[in-house]
Every structure is written in structure tokens, then in C-alpha cells.
Write a protein that binds this ligand. Sequence first.
Ligand SMILES: [Zn+2]
Length: 92
Amino acid sequence: MKDILYDYEVEEAVNKNNITYWFPFKCSICGENYGFYFSYGRVIFDGSCGCSSAFGERLTDYQEIANIYNTNKNNKEFRKEMLNYFGIGDII
Ligand SMILES: [Zn+2]
């Protein structure tokens, strides 16, 4: 499995596979998933769910997505799911 994921790899995968969102987080109160939207080259984090909009929306970048992978070094299952979702190869 990839040791480090780079921002440009995520960007390429999003464009190539027409990915419009990625919701890796789950609200512990209402159970709704939330996370990131990809729109016209922009990356938007939307932290609102059914019960709260405390986090709101903010503009971010592909580096934040890559960092989530890179900081979950010991969570192999999460990493595998993430690479599968984005269609990024070299997952073994
Ligand atoms: Zn919630």
C-alpha cells in the first residue's frame, strides 16, 4: 500500500473518475456522514450534518485530503477504503 499520498494524486483521481464528494466522517449524534465536496477544481469541506451546522463550510485543498490518508498510517482498513474510493492504484 502507498506510504504517502500526494495532493496531485488525489486531484488527478477526482478529475479522472468524476468524483464529486468524499464523506469520510460520521456524526456521532445523528449518524449522518459528512466531509468534502469537489466542484470545478475546488475542494470544499462541509462539516454540517442533520443535527448541527457548527462547523459550516470552508474552502480547502487537496493537501488536506492527502493529509487524512497520511496521518492514518496505522489504519490500514481506512487507507484501503480510501484508495478504493478514489480509484488510486497500488493498494496492495
Ligand atoms: Zn449530526
